[in-house]
Design a protein around this ligand. Structure first.
Ligand SMILES: Nc1ncnc2c1ncn2[C@@H]1O[C@H](COP(=O)(O)OP(=O)(O)OP(=O)(O)O)[C@@H](O)[C@H]1O
Length: 338
């Protein structure tokens, strides 16, 4: 089977909670935008209620840009974004405010994402106020929201500086969930936390997703972290989908050389394993990021790929089914095992 678009499709029995189709985002305006390489280049995926889709890739691969386009913070140059079947791509910010309760975000940095001069209660009540929920109702929901993330309800009276990083990220999660959204964009939600706190926050997110049937778009640079929470994943490189499929299959048996390079480069806690991976990566002949510019018509990974041929430089490979994964590689069958 081949996939003509860059797509990651589940087989949802209902309308997807979030559907992104052929998304293209170019920064800049006018002539400059037309000349620039798109930050996101033809990306499609959908997420069912209760499902987590991980989006992984190196820095600059376009992960956050996808999140911004979904949230309406960056206008797409092409493509559509649908929330519960409704096309929200071209809604103005005012029109968006009517559906915004269904779509929320948790950002990476729990220090800068919470206003230090506002109490936790004020922070949690703000999005409710925009929905017309005020006074004791709003405060009651704020307290319940804090309790649902494992914090005491009376934390409403305290300030962000009185909380640790992990607790602040719980507050940010409570703020996202207090409006009872259907879809949450999680943009590197645990990257700023230490390892044990990461595990606690990921467990909390998994519980909340399962209890509430939430759809998560989970953006991360580390496939290991994504594996913990996601059922499926999309691997991005220079704004294009290199590989997608069930997260276990993509992690343990990648069919795209870039996914192999990304996995081999991920830090592991055991130094001996880290050294073995580095040696395997060097032996496989992967080039380094920014080694050379790829051709506009071919696979963007050519300058770094040990398997590349003239065909790869000439023709951008479509996503096609190889084992359990969809991989955009002419030579997916020759990709070495991890
Ligand atoms: N506001 C902007 N103006 C111009 N170019 C931008 C802007 N924001 C991002 N870019 C560029 O778009 C590309 C994708 O960036 P993006 O932040 O989406 O990647 P990312 O995968 O989320 O990276 P990171 O993990 O470092 O956050 C990069 O080349 C980046 O330099």
């Amino acid at each position: 089977m081949t996939a003509t678009a860059q797509t990651a499709s589940a087989v949802p029995s209902t309308v997807p909670a979030l559907e992104v189709k052929d998304l293209v985002v170019r920064y800049g305006r006018g002539r400059r935008a037309r000349k620039d390489v798109p930050a996101v280049d033809g990306v499609s995926f959908d997420i069912a209620p209760g499902e987590t889709l991980g989006v992984v890739g190196e820095s600059g691969s376009g992960k956050s840009t996808i999140g911004k386009a979904v949230l309406g913070l960056q206008a797409p140059s092409a493509g559509t974004v649908k929330l519960n079947g409704q096309d929200i791509t071209s809604l103005s910010l005012k029109q968006r405010s009517r559906v915004v309760a269904d779509l929320r975000v948790v950002f990476q940095d729990p220090y800068s994402s919470l206003n230090p001069s506002r109490t936790i209660g004020q922070t949690l009540v703000e999005p409710l106020r925009l929905m017309g929920i005020r006074g004791a109702d709003a405060l009651g929901r704020a307290r319940a929201g804090l309790e649902s993330v494992g914090l005491p309800g009376d934390a409403v009276d305290r300030y962000p500086s009185q909380f640790s990083g992990g607790q602040r990220q719980r507050v940010a999660i409570a703020r996202a969930l207090v409006c009872e959204p259907k879809v949450v964009v999680l943009d590197e939600p645990v990257s700023a936390l230490d390892l044990s706190t990461q595990a606690q926050v990921l467990n909390l997110l998994a519980d909340l997703r399962d209890q509430r049937g939430l759809a998560f778009l989970f953006i991360a640079h580390d496939l290991g972290v994504v594996r913990f929470l996601a059922q499926r994943t999309v691997v991005l490189y220079r704004g294009q989908v290199m590989e997608t499929g069930p997260v276990d299959a993509v992690s343990s048996a990648p069919r795209h050389p870039y996914t192999v390079a990304l996995t081999a480069a991920a830090p592991v806690p055991r130094p001996a394993e880290q050294a073995a991976r580095r040696q395997a990566r060097e032996a496989a002949g992967f080039g380094v990021a920014g080694a050379a510019q790829p051709s506009a018509t071919g696979c963007p990974f050519v300058p770094r790929c040990p398997l590349s041929t003239d065909l790869c430089a000439d023709q951008r490979p479509p996503l096609r089914l190889v084992d359990a994964n969809l991989a955009a590689c002419h030579h997916a069958e020759r990709v070495p095992a991890l």
